[in-house]
Design a protein around this ligand. Structure first.
Ligand SMILES: Cc1cc2nc3c(=O)[nH]c(=O)nc-3n(C[C@H](O)[C@H](O)[C@H](O)COP(=O)(O)OP(=O)(O)OC[C@H]3O[C@@H](n4cnc5c(N)ncnc54)[C@H](O)[C@@H]3O)c2cc1C
Length: 249
């Protein structure tokens, strides 16, 4: 049986017009030990009293075992009529939710010997990559590996955690941050900004069967399209790691 625990909201902010960043403390006093890339499940009831749950990737920038003071961070994208959306919209500081986990294997491989990671995400699908930043810093410092993060968003206002990724790119020359906007470009676009869908920008980076490992996270259509493109480029399937954000409704 997975580990169930209460989470108390200790802080939050809007990252985009419909994305809320939430920070929780585990209310049983224990740390949440997780590997960057993993997710938790949030358990709650529909208005008719029946039980349901939703999954959320952990956003906490996390290196080793989580210390007792480290917050459990997630980014929740609101969808019209969503049950979890209603829960998270109404959640105030000090209130508690029930969670379980961590789950998932969408994590960096300790034994990976690749020359480059292609990290591809849309919307809140970049959340696991934020959690991975300390681990990526460690990898880039200790072995010969480059990292390209391709982030698909409709508009600059939806570039969640963009400041974290830009700051990380400035501090780590081997890390390249490539925001791809499908509807509206920023006024003074950084040289790496692309117009269009993230899966279409992939070709600019010439995916390489011998040296690349790719991660795909977020919108299921993007994950499927990018998966096919990477397979056509010759990447072996075990080198294309996927997390689809589907509702468990
Ligand atoms: C492994 C995993 C990790 C996930 N991590 C995150 C995360 O970090 N952040 C996050 O925001 N979500 C994440 N999700 C998705 C999340 O679990 C919920 O599906 C999402 O929050 C919607 O839940 P809801 O209860 O508000 O909407 P629901 O009650 O499930 O759905 C309401 C309506 O909206 C539609 N809908 C559901 N999702 C979307 C969508 N994305 N776009 C458009 N319409 C939609 C449904 O089809 C339905 O008609 C993850 C999913 C998985 C499987």
């Amino acid at each position: 049986m997975a580990n169930h625990f209460p989470l108390r909201l200790i802080g939050s902010r809007m990252l985009a017009p419909s994305v809320r960043h939430l920070e929780f403390a585990r209310d049983d006093g224990l740390p949440l030990d997780f590997i960057p890339g993993q997710f938790i499940q949030v358990h709650f009831n529909y208005p008719d009293g029946s039980a349901t749950k939703r999954s959320y990737s952990l956003a906490t920038m996390h290196d080793h075992a989580m210390g007792p003071g480290e917050a459990v961070e997630i980014a929740v994208s609101y969808v019209a009529g969503g049950a979890a959306t209603a829960l998270f919209t109404a959640l105030d500081e000090g209130q508690q939710i029930q969670a379980s986990g961590p789950y998932g294997r969408f994590c960096l491989g300790a034994a990976d010997a690749n020359q480059r990671y292609l990290l591809i995400g849309t919307g809140t699908g970049v959340t696991p990559y934020r959690a991975m930043l300390p681990q990526l810093a460690q990898m880039m410092a200790t072995r010969d590996v480059d990292v390209v993060l391709l982030f698909g968003a409709r508009t600059p206002a939806e570039l969640i955690y963009g400041e974290d990724f830009y700051a990380f790119a400035r501090a780590h020359p081997r890390f390249r941050f490539v925001p791809c906007f499908s509807r509206e470009l920023p006024a003074d676009a950084h040289a790496d900004v692309r117009r269009g869908y993230v899966q279409d920008a992939l070709v600019d980076f010439a995916p390489d069967a011998a040296g690349d490992i790719a991660y795909l996270c977020g919108n299921p259509n993007m994950v499927d399209t990018a998966f096919e493109a990477l397979k056509s480029a010759g990447l072996p399937v075990p080198h294309i790691r996927r997390e689809k954000y589907v509702s468990s409704k």
